[in-house]
Design a protein around this ligand. Structure first.
Ligand code: EPS
Length: 381
């Protein structure tokens, strides 16, 4: 079973992860992982922290001569900002920093201090912070490296920021992400891109923040990842969890999504055709590449809706958790819009879930054994 655990606070020394269940013999290019980390750090609307961090992955175990050993792969990303926070975040003895008692509406702050019986909101916000997603992207890059051997690609772009919506992408392709990376908001529609940048600028001026919608598309996924037989094996259910677990995400949809549900069945469902060369295909993709919890080889199309960031320069009303008196929420250095970054995190989260499902179906102890299993399956289709 492929699995990972990560650890690390936003202003702690570093982020770490251990991935277990990778096959032996998988080549890993650390520059490719760093490239993914850099993609997550870009995007119009990020705050000053992203000027400080230059995320780089280090491999501490599990890799020899550029290839995985089949043993746990240990990853580390240093927080360059740590030097400014050592006294506040020292693991043994804290010698600086105020106790934060004013939780931000919409953040993990209040439920976190109640659940974990804390008096300092910092003890919650440090792990709830989206800093954690840097490691998700590194782990997702490893998953992408595995999937690439089977021509599976995961790409993404931004569909909406605030009330600005981009024109729909009609024919998804593997270079879609590269094009999106050239846009400051990862949007493929130039007119919408300009309006999105203007909307973020206006929000920043008001001390406000903006959310939006991103779309992730997985191409080349073979028939039958996931299963119809039990609720927790359904691929769409697992992907939905991966997307909604990203900080700030409040909704998820597949294919034609919520709007598609207004159509009658005769217009919604994708008709089946057979081509001797390509096998079974569909006349449309309203299902978004998954039927009955299983992949169908059609592009898997998933959209995630991200709420506006809850840390505001003009703070909302809150309550002091010590005195129970009204107080403005705490003001922290922050981003004003992180939807472009979230689209990269979502790519990584989808790649990870697909890699887990892929190894369930074709798993072996080495990359060569997985290729044998995969090729045999394709032969029998
Ligand atoms: C975040 C607040 C900001 C962001 C951070 C997420 O951090 P800070 O409080 O240090 O300025 O920069 O995002 C990252 C550090 C990152 O790597 O994405 C938050 O509260 O979630």
């Amino acid at each position: 079973m492929l699995r990972y655990l990560s650890a690390g606070e936003s202003h702690g020394r570093c982020l770490t992860a251990i991935i277990e269940g990778l096959p032996a013999g998988l080549p890993l290019d650390l520059a490719q992982i760093d490239g993914e980390l850099a993609r997550r750090q870009r995007g119009y609307g990020r705050g000053p922290r992203m000027e400080l961090e230059r995320d780089r992955v280090q491999v501490l175990a599990g890799l020899r001569d550029g290839k995985t050993l089949g043993s746990p792969l240990a990853l580390l990303i240093e927080n360059r900002d740590w030097t400014n926070w050592e006294k506040v975040m020292d693991p043994v003895s804290v010698s600086a920093g105020e106790v934060l008692t004013n939780p931000r509406p919409g953040h993990a702050d209040l439920p976190g201090v109640i659940k974990y019986r804390q008096q300092d909101v910092r003890n919650i916000l440090e792990r709830a912070s989206a800093r954690e997603t840097a490691m998700r992207v590194a782990v997702g890059a490893v998953a992408k490296a595995l999937l690439a051997h089977f021509q599976v690609q995961v790409v993404s772009h931004v569909v909406a920021i605030g009330d600005v919506t981009a024109a729909a992408v009609m024919a998804p392709h593997g270079d879609l992400s590269l094009l999106a990376d050239e846009s400051p908001v990862r949007c493929l529609d130039p007119e919408a891109e300009r309006a999105m940048v203007a909307a973020i600028k206006a929000a920043q001026k008001e001390g406000d923040s903006l959310g939006g919608v991103f779309e992730v598309i997985a191409l080349g996924v073979p028939w039958g990842l996931g299963s119809h037989v039990h609720w927790d094996r359904k691929l769409d259910g697992r992907l939905a969890q991966a997307i909604v677990s990203i900080q700030g995400v409040k909704g998820v949809e597949f294919g034609a999504g919520f709007a598609g549900c207004q159509l009658p069945g005769s217009s919604f469902h994708d008709e089946i055709v057979y081509d001797p060369k390509r096998g079974y295909t569909f006349t449309s993709n309203n299902a978004g590449g998954i039927q009955g919890g299983m992949s169908t080889t059609a592009p898997i199309v998933i959209r995630g809706a991200m709420k506006p960031i809850p840390t505001l320069a003009k703070p909302l009303q809150s309550v002091d958790i010590k005195t129970k008196e009204p107080t403005p929420a705490s003001v922290q250095r922050t981003d004003s819009c992180a939807v472009p970054a979230a689209s990269i995190v979502a790519e990584a989260a989808v790649a990870w879930e697909l890699a887990v499902a892929f190894l369930e179906k074709f798993g072996g102890d080495s990359l060569a054994e997985i290729k044998d299993n995969y090729n045999q399956y394709l032969k029998n289709l």
